[in-house]
Design a binder for this molecule. Structure first.
Ligand SMILES: Nc1ncnc2c1ncn2[C@@H]1O[C@H](COP(=O)(O)OP(=O)(O)OP(=O)(O)O)[C@@H](O)[C@H]1O
Length: 438
């Protein structure tokens, strides 16, 4: 039975049960494990230590052997003893065997090859490449976290790939990203930002420009392939890929494109029979791809579009201000001539003169188009690209993001806020449809 908590409440959890918590929007809560052991999405909680969970968060504290958990503050919370966790951890055990096999095989390849010879990258021993798929609110991100967390607890550094542009769990929404996970993901702080490879798609809706989305997925996969070829440890640990909840029509095509681009060999399907059978049909002639159907947890909470919008704002705010307002973003301004802003898509594909008579030029969705700086850019989130030339902007990764706070047309100056001081690392900026108002 759900209870509304406003003060301190203790919950005794039996083995293999979980406490499902929804923090209210009014304030954060403090939570600690009083005795026993418990984890949040694969990350073990430190005993006797108060952790703060911010307003709006929804999560489960799971225990394998039993625990007592105390919550201070206002939250909806209830205990559930029916969870799919055992099936999830069984998947982890199989992935673990594959990682060990890849590591052992890599070790014997290096000892048997002459030192001057490199094994063909495609033939090198390879750990599991897992892709988690399912409709919206099926628990994909949570399962991804668990699999990464359990692997990291066994000293692997698996690569987390996030293709879900709606949430932006690595940096901000509207991005695709990959990062090695060296330790279980902190349930409060999230993913550390040290070495992520981030690409800016610029929209939270994949249908805004599916061609550019595909181009970015391909490029991210290509970059990881290069990294894996040079790093046997990362290759053996493999990757866990989180996807978006769009699984019908073009969404399904994009899923297939993701699976093929990353050469995924384990597809975990959460909570939808139809998607499972469509994938099984697609891959029945392809040996070496395992498709596994898993139950969705009864704890997964459906989130409205308003809630998602709110969480996106929280995520963007966190990027600039830190989780608990502990970062001081840096306000600065530049002359219009100091920066060049572009967007992807638009503009004619070919000049009318080059087209057959009567044909209308269509917009090229992957074309890099210059943007004239105007009031239209006010409140935009812009990516600072690593591209050396504008024509590389489509597939270059990004250094970070700024948001535009003022456009002074008379003085031709653009004011912005960046997460750190100092000049921008590049003057090539990329705009999408992402806006943010403090
Ligand atoms: N067992 C659980 N108990 C309580 N809350 C949960 C549980 N599992 C997941 N949640 C919460 O439910 C929400 C949806 O889960 P999650 O983000 O994993 O789904 P998703 O399939 O990745 O969603 P989408 O792709 O639509 O964004 C999240 O807020 C998550 O923290």
């Amino acid at each position: 039975m759900a209870s509304s908590l406003s003060t301190v409440t203790r919950h005794k959890l039996q083995k293999e049960s979980e406490l499902r918590v929804e923090v209210g929007w009014e304030s954060s809560i403090r939570l600690q494990v009083i005795d026993g052991t418990a984890e949040i999405f694969g990350t073990e909680l430190p005993p006797q230590f108060k952790l703060t969970f911010t307003a709006g968060l929804k999560f489960a504290i799971f225990t394998w052997d039993g625990a007592t958990v105390e919550i201070e503050g206002s939250a909806e919370a209830y205990v559930a003893d029916e969870t799919p966790m055992v099936s999830y951890v069984n998947v982890h055990a199989i992935l673990e065997q594959r990682r060990v096999r890849a590591r052992d095989a890599a070790a014997s390849t290096t000892t048997t090859l002459p030192s001057t010879m490199n094994a063909d990258a495609a033939l090198q021993p390879q750990g599991p490449r897992v892709i988690v798929v399912g409709p919206s609110d099926s628990g994909k991100s949570s399962l991804t976290r668990m699999l990464l967390g359990w692997a990291a607890r066994q000293d692997w550094k698996p690569t987390f790939v996030d293709l879900d542009i709606g949430q932006g769990s690595v940096t901000i929404p509207g991005t695709l990203a990959a990062t090695p996970i060296e330790m279980p993901i902190d349930p409060v702080e999230g993913i550390p930002l040290e070495v992520p490879l981030v690409y800016f798609y610029g929209h939270v809706n994949p249908s805004a420009n599916t061609d550019s989305y595909r181009a970015l997925v391909k490029e991210l996969a290509r970059m990881l392939e290069i990294q894996f070829a040079a790093n046997a440890e990362a290759r053996a640990a493999g990757m866990v890929i989180n996807t978006m909840g769009w699984v019908e029509g073009v969404g399904f095509e994009l899923l297939l494109h993701g699976i093929e681009s990353f050469n995924a060999d384990v597809i975990l399907v959460l909570g939808q029979e139809k998607l499972y059978s469509m994938l099984r049909d697609k891959f029945k002639t392809k040996p070496g791809v395992d498709i596994v159907k898993l139950h969705k947890s009864g704890g997964v909470v459906a989130r409205s579009s308003k809630f998602r919008q709110r969480m996106r704002n929280v995520k963007t705010r966190e990027y600039f201000y830190g989780l608990s307002n502990d970062l001081s973003p840096h306000a600065a301004s530049v002359n219009f001539t100091d920066v060049q802003v572009f967007r992807i898509g638009g503009g004619p594909q070919a000049p009318r003169s080059a087209l057959p008579i009567g044909a209308e030029p269509t917009a090229d969705p992957t074309r890099v188009v210059p943007v004239t700086i105007s009031h239209d850019l006010l409140h935009s989130v812009l990516a600072v690209s690593y591209a050396a030339e504008p024509d590389q902007l489509l597939t270059s990764n990004v250094a970070g993001f700024i948001y535009v706070t003022e456009i002074d047309i008379a003085r031709k100056r653009l004011s912005y806020v960046a997460p750190c001081p100092g000049p921008l690392p590049n003057n090539l900026l990329l705009a999408g449809s992402l806006l943010w108002v403090e």
